[in-house]
Design a protein around this ligand. Structure first.
Ligand SMILES: [Zn+2]
Length: 992
């Protein structure tokens, strides 16, 4: 209701005498001055202006008037309203303001479309003034602004003649830096007022000029501000709704007089040569060519912005007016300063951010908390002061001001008041910025940061097997996510769990700390910290594990008790994501803590990623005094497959105690029954050291379930036993040899073994059988399963090679590895790594996980030359699969050749082939795929059937031989092959 009343009031009273333009500029500027004073003042100003104009011309700074320099004028629009909401009544909308700025930028750049209405006789004088009006971006305090202020003047009309000082006192920004435009409702017919560019700082004008620069600027009647053309929704005064009042007043502001001069007389000019002399103003919209106020016989330029006609009837400034305005903007002290105003600079931002809580950190003890934060100046202006509040679990601990001098984009660390707590466990620590430079900063969202901090109790014992995650231990990292995890990691048993640093394929990272509780070991006479670790070294990427000690409640860690990386830290080498496969992959380390009994300490395991592989940590114990502990880590030959005539089986043992190990006794059991024992002396095995002991073997060929048992009373009896299936192979095979799994696995006398009896190699029953490792079916990550080929005798060949077909699909980070090993010592150890491939190297298909090979294209053929082992009598070859819980590994057609040539073509059974063909006379290759081994005669005949040469191939089964052609001439030849159960003829063409 109030709004409507106001609106009616506005229209009926405010617009009661609409229809005529009134400009208070002359009246106000001439107030209380005699005619002589006014003339004298004008004269002085004009002389000053002439002199400046001349100087500009001399300095060549005032360009040809036809050329234009663009001057950007910073503007602030002060909307003086009467309490209306924004956009209503006197509190005009931002859009209406913008429509006015649009008008100014058209009129002062001669872009106004209605300039086509300028009479032809005046068109040569039309001018682009070059002034552009921009709403201020920074306020006088340097803070961001939209260039519009809104002030309640508590009045519905203002006298533009007697109340200007009161009006402008409501709000004004420095006239040196801003063109102030007050938009306020005027009393009477006045539509505007402007201060002239005279100034008391202009010599000789100090007696006349307006001496209060705070009142400098332009005032426009609210309904005459803005343009109904660009913003039709405002409340405009009829005929004065196109924004020309502001154009007119800003003309005054830059030194223009009314076009008829300051009085109703032809003797007074506007001091502009190209505006014809006019005796008085024109109103409304005079007819074209009107000259009734002209001082000459020529038409009047009533359409000039500096006359009194309706908005729609005015359309030009002249070149002469431009000359005055450009001189003024360059010289008037009150105006030239606008050109160096900071008002249009990009606005500053006052914004402080708490970017990090440096301290406290988890693991710190409660009685010494030294909070520290990183503060960032995320604004653009200097930070001089912040007020910070620290709280724990929502309760204030401290509140304090900090003086600083922090430039934009800089960080600083602030040390906050020390405090202590009485509670343990997880506590939310919060730091907040309460004020910035004494103000609320612009972006409060980043003013607060919280961190959950774990505060530990004091303990005097540590026995951590990681059966569950130790909640009293704290994880610290500066990485976005901790790399400490808790996973299944086979050790003595398959289900064993351990702490792990997941560094496989990780980026090189910051320190990852696992902080133990505060430790009081003053009652220990000789304390040791014992821990197991496992690490699979990969690709020369050095990950680090360290153990450090803190003497200041976990605030800093000073002494390094253990530090190993890369090859030194490695307990195995592995090409894929590492998970321990069993005891053999773990190593015990023993740290002497006897120097640290005098004060409470905190220990931290510290990891640092080199992007290599995972590190595992388990069985962390604090023990007092020296102790013995011996561990069986596994068989030296992890496959458990040996020649039946091997003399001894190697067993890896580790001294995990603190004293040197000299004597050892091991009992051997089969299916739980004692079958013997054996002793060793003078071992001289130092703590943390490993050794291999060899057990004499009298076992028959075939598979045995053996148990190895340490006969020792030591710290940990769990690791004194090993159960393993072993397989002693009696028969030996000559090569060439082929297995295609079509008759299964057991018939071929193959062996398979694994420490945990996990999923092992199996036969896939298809039309053509093949063997596979079922990695995708069971999540036995990390386990190694061995597929050992029958034993071979290479003593009767000078060439040997291995060829097999493989199919596999890689599955993101879940990659398998396949390693092929060779033993020449009856399986005592597999000393030769023939090939190691993993993940994408193995991959031939990128398809779903349920994939299995269906066509010949799904397989790739691999070839390994084994000629270096020719002559050896006891060859064992093993395929070791490493389970990454990814895709199955499929193998087929594993063949041993007595040549060093791969078979590059696929042959049906009982076929031969010559490739390439046609051939050069240097020779080619001949491949066979026979049902059974036999010796073959290979003859070369010419086209007439004459024998040219012959070769003999012994023990041919399924391999490729070089075919020597002895520089035969070009032409057609026949290759005739004859054997006991195979014969064949092929044509070849020699083309060079
Ligand atoms: Zn005027």
């Amino acid at each position: 209701m109030r709004k409507i009343l106001l609106f009616l009031f506005f229209v009926s009273v405010g617009y009661s005498s609409w229809g005529q333009r009134g400009c208070a500029t002359d009246e106000v500027n001439q107030l209380n001055k005699s005619t002589e004073q006014i003339l004298l003042e004008q004269q002085v100003f004009e002389e000053w202006l002439l002199e400046k104009k001349a100087r500009l011309v001399n300095q060549n700074a005032l360009q040809e008037l036809s050329e234009t320099t663009v001057y950007k004028i910073p503007v602030v629009v002060h909307i003086i309203h009467n309490g209306e909401p924004v956009g209503e009544g006197l509190n005009i909308s931002e859009e209406q303001v913008l429509s006015q700025i649009q008008v100014l930028n058209k009129d002062f750049r001669h872009l106004n479309p209605d300039s086509i209405n300028t009479p032809d006789i005046f068109k040569p004088f039309m001018a682009d003034i070059g002034f552009e009006f921009v709403l201020a971006k920074r306020d006088p305090d340097g803070l961001p602004t939209r260039g519009i202020t809104r002030t309640n003047g508590y009045k519905i009309e203002w006298s533009f003649r007697t109340e200007l000082e009161k009006l402008k006192s409501l709000i004004n920004w420095s006239a040196d830096d801003y063109l102030n435009i007050w938009v306020a409702p005027a009393m009477g017919d006045d539509l505007g007022f402007a201060s002239l560019p005279s100034s008391n700082t202009i010599q000789d004008l100090n007696n006349y000029a307006e001496n209060n620069p705070l009142l400098d600027g332009v005032v426009v009647h609210t309904p005459a501000f803005g343009s109904s053309e660009f913003y039709p929704f405002g409340n405009y005064k009829q005929y004065f709704d196109l924004g020309r009042t502001a154009t007119h007043e800003i003309g005054h502001f830059f030194g223009l007089y009314h076009i008829w001069g300051s009085s109703r007389s032809c003797s007074v000019d506007d001091f502009v040569v190209d505006t014809p002399k006019t005796g008085y103003y024109y109103l409304a919209c005079p007819p074209a060519g009107a000259l009734y106020n002209s001082c000459t016989a020529e038409p009047s330029m009533f359409m000039n912005y500096m006359d009194y006609v309706y908005d729609g009837c005015m359309n030009l400034f002249t070149l002469g007016q431009k000359e005055r305005m450009v001189t003024v903007i360059n010289n008037s002290p009150r105006r030239a300063s606008l050109l160096t105003s900071p008002a249009l600079d990009q606005p500053p931002i006052l914004d402080a951010t708490i970017s990090a809580i440096v301290n406290p950190e988890s693991g710190t003890c409660v009685n010494q908390i030294y909070p520290a934060i990183t503060l960032r100046n995320s604004g653009t202006i200097l930070l001089t002061e912040v007020e910070l509040r620290i709280s724990t679990n929502g309760l204030e601990n401290s509140r304090q001001f900090y003086s600083l001098s922090l430039s934009a984009d800089q960080d600083t660390m602030l040390l906050l008041p020390e405090f202590s707590l009485t509670q343990f466990g997880n506590i939310a620590f919060t730091a907040e910025i309460l004020s910035t430079n004494g103000q609320q900063d612009y972006f409060p969202d980043n003013n607060s940061l919280s961190k959950d901090v774990f505060f530990s109790e004091i303990v005097s014992a540590i026995d951590e097997n990681f059966d569950s995650w130790p909640d009293s231990w704290a994880v610290r990292t500066t990485a976005p996510l901790s790399n400490w995890n808790f996973v299944q990691a086979p050790q003595e048993d398959l289900e064993n769990k351990a702490a792990t640093l997941s560094y496989y394929n990780q980026y090189q990272g910051p320190n990852d700390l696992l902080v133990l509780p505060l430790l009081d070991i003053s009652s220990y006479s000789y304390p040791y910290l014992v821990f197991d670790h496992a690490y699979g070294y990969r690709d020369e990427l050095d990950d680090i594990l360290a153990l450090m000690v803190s003497f200041d409640c976990g605030n800093t860690f000073q002494d390094t008790l253990f530090l190993e990386s890369g090859r030194e830290l490695a307990t195995t080498q592995i090409p894929v994501r590492f998970t321990p496969s069993g005891p053999v992959d773990w190593q015990t380390s023993i740290i002497d803590l006897s120097n640290y009994t005098s004060q409470p300490i905190q220990l931290a395991f510290v990891g640092k990623s080199g992007g290599g592989n995972n590190i595992y940590l388990d069985n962390i114990h604090l023990v007092d005094k020296g102790y013995a502990d011996v561990r069986i880590k596994g068989l030296l030959n992890e496959s458990g497959v040996f020649s039946s005539d091997i003399n001894s089986v190697g067993l890896v043992i580790e001294n995990s105690g603190t004293t040197t190990l000299n004597n050892l006794e091991i009992e051997l059991l089969e299916d739980g029954k004692h079958i013997g024992s054996q002793s060793w002396g003078n071992l001289n095995l130092l703590p943390e050291g490993r050794s291999v002991v060899y057990l004499d073997n009298n076992l028959s060929s075939g598979v045995h379930n053996l148990q190895f048992k340490l006969l020792i009373d030591d710290l940990n009896s769990e690791n004194n036993r090993l159960e393993s299936k072993v397989n002693f192979l009696a028969s030996k095979n000559e090569i060439p040899y082929r297995i295609n799994f079509d008759s299964g696995l057991s018939k071929q006398n193959w062996a398979a073994s694994t420490p945990f009896d996990s999923n092992t190699w199996q036969i896939w029953q298809e039309t053509n059988n093949f063997i596979y490792y079922p990695a995708q079916s069971v999540g036995n990550i990390g386990l190694h399963d061995w597929l050992v080929l029958p034993m071979f005798d290479f003593s009767n060949t000078s060439l040997a090679s291995l060829q097999y077909k493989i199919a596999y699909t890689a599955n993101e980070l879940k990659n398998e590895a396949l390693r092929i090993w060779l033993s020449t010592n009856k399986g005592e150890s597999f000393d030769y790594l023939l090939k190691s491939s993993s993940g994408e190297e193995l991959e031939i298909q990128t398809v779903g996980i349920d994939w299995f090979p269906k066509t010949a294209d799904d397989w790739t053929t691999q070839f390994i030359d084994l000629s270096g082992f020719a002559g050896e009598e006891n060859i064992l070859i093993a395929f070791e699969s490493i389970d990454g819980d990814g895709g199955n590994i499929y193998l087929d057609d594993i063949e041993l050749f007595i040549s060093d040539e791969p078979m590059n073509i696929i042959l049906e059974v009982n076929q031969m082939a010559i490739y390439p063909n046609p051939v050069s006379n240097n020779g080619t290759h001949i491949s066979f795929r026979l049902v059974e081994k036999q010796d073959l005669q290979v003859r070369v005949l010419d086209a007439n059937g004459n024998l040219i040469s012959q070769q003999q191939f012994l023990n041919v089964l399924n391999q490729t031989y070089p075919l020597d052609l002895n520089n035969l001439a070009k032409g057609l030849y026949l290759i005739q092959v004859v054997g006991p159960s195979f014969s064949g003829v092929a044509r070849i063409v020699i083309n060079e």
